[in-house]
Write a new protein. Sequence first.
Length: 391
Amino acid sequence: MKNNNLEKITSEEKTIGEEFQICIANTLAEKKAIYKFRYKIYIEEMAKDKLKLNHRDKELSDEMDEWGVLIYVKNGNEVVGTARMNFGKMRDFHEEIIEELSMKDFHEYYVSINSDYQVAFVSKLMVAVEYRSSSVLYLILIKFYEFYTKMGVQFSFAGCNLHLLCFYEKMGYHRYGKNFTDFGYGLLSPLVMLTDDLQHFRTIRSPFFRIAKKKTVINSQEVEWFHEKFTKKLNIVNSQLVTADELWSILCERLHALPTEVIEILQELSIEEAKLFLHSCSSIVQCAPGEVITIQGDVSYSYNILLSGHLKSLTFINPIKEYKMPGQYFGANGLTEHNKHTEEIVTTTQSEILVLTGFEFPKFSKANLDIAHKIMRKMITMTRNPVFHLK
C-alpha cells in the first residue's frame, strides 16, 4: 500500500538527541538493519520463535513496513532502538487491526461531525536491553509526536504487552478497550494517545507536554468526546492518575487484606515501602475469560499477581493446576530477572491481575536500593522454597 503522506516525512533531515542520533530509514540498507535488529530482540532475546520470519537472513519484517515510517536510533554506528508508524484513515488499515483497536468508534465520530481526520498506529517499538533505562524510547515517541502535529494526526493507536503499560501511561496513552492476542506477540492491551490532550499531559508530566503546549490550535472537542465515550464509562485504573494511597486502598479492597499480608513478595516490606514499590512498578489489568496471559517458552518481563477471578494452566492438567486465591502469583519471574514461562495460563472467568513490571524495576531499584534488595532477597527465598497450589 502506498501512503501519499510518507514522502512528506521521509524528506526530513536526521536529528540529534543527546548522544543518540534519530534517523528515518529511507534506504534499503537502513531498513535491513532495522529488520535484523528486530530479529535480534524478538527471537534471540525474547524467544518469540512462533513469528513468521526470514531465518536465513535473520530479519523480521511485514507488509506494513512498505507504507510505514521506520524510525531508528543509533549510538555511533549501532542501532539501539526502533519503531514504526503507519498513518492514514481507517480504510488504510487491515480489518484485524481495525477490530482490535476499535477504530470504527473513532471513524464514526468523525463521520458524525463531518470532519476529515488522520490516525496513526505505532508498532514494532523496541530498544536494546542495555539502553532500556536511557532516553531512547522517549526520543522515538517524541519524534512521532512531532510528526503528528505536522500531519494533523488526532489519535495515535498502539498495542502493548502488559509489562509496558506503566511506560505508555507515563507518556500519556490511555487504555480504552478489551485486550487482544496478536499471534507470536502474546496478550496486548489497546492504547490511544490524544494529540491535543494537554490537560492530561500536564497532570501526569508527560514528555509530550513540552511540545503540545506550543500548539496554536487545540481541538478540545475530540478530547472531550474520547473521555465521555471511554474514560468515564470504564473501570480502568490508570497507573499515572492514581496516587499511592489510592492504589493501596484499591488493592486492600480487591484482596480483602493488606497486600503485605497476602502478596508473598511484599512480606519483608513495610506498608510505606510496599506503597512506593507498587505505585512505581505496577498496573492493574482486567482480563476477559479465555485470555492467555502467559505462553510457555516466552521470556517473562513481569511478575503477575491474581487479584480476582480464576485462572488455570493449559500445560499442567493432571492434576489440574488452577489459580483462585487473591494474592497468588503465577507465571515466571520477570521482575528481578527474565525467566521463561514454563506453562500456558488462561483466564477461565472475568479476572483482574496485578502486573509488576520488570521494565520499571531497574529504574526503581536505582532510586530505592534498600527496598529493591528486600524484594530480591524475598524472591530468592521463594525460588528456593516454592509453594504450589493445585485443585
